[in-house]
Write a protein that binds this ligand. Structure first.
Ligand code: PMP
Length: 454
């Protein structure tokens, strides 16, 4: 007699094509998670884990098992589930107001379903503005080395991660790379104004390409998948200045950082910078529904409205499931939890505690070369030698993450991100994390590093 769970595991092994999983592992069969509550997950064997990765990819910001969100979604779907097109709906309007309240200067919200799609909308806005207002010329979009912007081909064409791009070319034309801004790996080790220099490196690319050909730049406020890279002092105001000088739109990809992850509502709000377009997904509804938003200023919206004698008209784009009301209903309930439980503040407070703990581990373990992050969004870079900063082999990062998992704690790590830099571990539990839970993460990590590195 085969029980239902064993049957499902067999079906999973034989038919489900898992993300990021080599075929050999999939053919052996993978464990299944069957339940979650708060930061805790249970697998099909009854083992308990503490999830310090927010669902593996920075999603479950309010934690697992939030029946308030499940109830809000169920109620909305029972009343009205879907309509896409030129009719309004209540949860979309109510959530837009809530969201814009956290984003002074921003004015319009375009709903879609994934981070990649939110970025595609931003790119299409830039391209249509180029056609309507600049005879098609200002169509190039700059992106930064090490940043990730999504899985679709244009979003991947805007991704500065060589390993992740490998084997998916040819890419969409009109995307141009600018240098990264990682202080630990600075291109100017002698300089004490790296932030300014890293921003000026963007201007060099603009001048090389011709400012009349460049419409926008997309950047992560703090680089996530490329290795938790916090920008250097002075970087953001200079980037804004350069964008203004050449009439270039600044797109901020808040897919990971947005909605509380870094200890402020949005990652860019740590810095004196105002974007023109902001994209977000992941923690927007903590994984209780698929929703993303492309948020713009009124100016960007106006640039895409019809004018007398204009043959191109308004923004010609649709996202079918941007009309699914599960998304805004879940996002509204998610935001209510963040506000009522003070989770953005908790992310800031517990984030400081986590970073202090990681710095203490750096004192103890020479393999830790650098500790970075903001809020409950922290990373550490593993090196063979602190002087040369040579990255450890990926197998070391895999072994440490594996040892943590063995001890019941799930952590994140860079994976096929940036050539040679699969040496960064990351720690981003749900924003409800308590000091005891952070202690469990740190103690486990300490043991894991000792086990693997001696
Ligand atoms: N932008 C960033 C910064 C991301 O990290 C991701 C996903 N890892 C995306 C965009 C793409 O989001 P999605 O997978 O929802 O399409």
């Amino acid at each position: 007699q085969i029980n239902e769970l064993d049957l499902l595991k067999t079906l999973d092994r034989d038919h489900v094509w898992h993300h990021l999983t080599p075929g050999a592992a999939a053919r052996k069969g993978l464990p299944m998670f069957v339940r979650g509550e708060g930061l805790r997950l249970w697998d099909s064997e009854g083992r308990e884990y503490l999830d310090a990765s927010a669902g593996g990819v920075w999603v479950t910001n309010v934690g697992y098992g939030r029946t308030e969100i499940a109830d809000a979604v169920r109620e909305q779907l029972a009343q009205l589930n879907f309509f896409a097109g030129s009719m309004g709906n209540a949860p979309a309007a109510a959530f837009a107001e809530k969201l814009l309240d956290k984003m002074p200067g921003m004015s319009r919200v375009y709903y879609s379903n994934s981070g990649s799609e939110a970025n595609e909308k931003a790119f299409k806005m830039v391209r249509q503005i180029a056609h309507k207002h600049h005879g098609g010329r200002k169509s190039k979009i700059l992106y930064r080395e090490r940043d990730y912007h999504g899985t679709t081909l244009a979003a991947l064409s805007a991704t500065g991660q060589a390993e992740r791009r490998a084997q998916f070319g040819p890419f969409v034309p009109g995307f141009v790379e600018v240098p990264h801004c990682c202080e630990y790996r600075t291109q100017y080790p002698e300089s004490n104004d790296y932030g300014i220099r890293a921003a000026d490196a963007i201007e060099e690319v603009i001048l090389r390409e011709g400012p009349e050909t460049v419409g926008a730049i997309i950047l992560e406020p703090i680089t996530a998948g490329g290795g938790i890279i916090t920008p250097p002092e002075g970087y953001w105001p200079r980037v804004r200045e350069i964008c203004d000088r050449y009439d270039i739109l600044l797109i901020m990809d808040e897919v990971v950082c947005g909605v509380g992850r870094t200890g402020k509502w949005f990652g860019y709000q740590h810095y004196p910078v105002q974007p023109d377009i902001v994209t977000m997904a992941k923690g927007l509804a903590s994984g209780y529904a698929a929703i993303s938003c492309t948020v713009t200023t009124e100016r960007v919206f106006d640039l895409l409205q019809e004018e007398a004698g204009d043959t191109l008209g308004y923004f010609r784009d649709i996202s079918t499931f941007g009309g699914c009301l599960a998304g805004p209903a879940a996002a509204l309930a998610n935001m209510k939890i963040l506000e009522e439980e003070g989770l953005v503040e908790n992310s800031q407070r517990m984030g400081e505690y986590l970073l202090a703990g990681l710095h203490a581990l750096k004192e103890k373990h020479p393999v830790i070369g650098d500790v970075r992050g903001k809020g409950l969004f922290a990373g550490l870079e593993l090196v063979q030698d602190r002087m040369t900063k040579t990255p450890v082999d990926e197998s070391v990062a895999i072994a440490i993450a594996g040892a943590c998992k063995q001890m019941g704690v799930l952590i994140g790590r860079t994976n096929r991100s940036f050539e040679g830099f699969n040496n960064i571990l990351n720690f981003s539990p749900a924003l409800t994390a308590t000091a005891e839970q952070i202690d469990q993460i740190l103690t486990t990590l300490d043991k894991a590093i000792s086990q693997v590195c001696g």
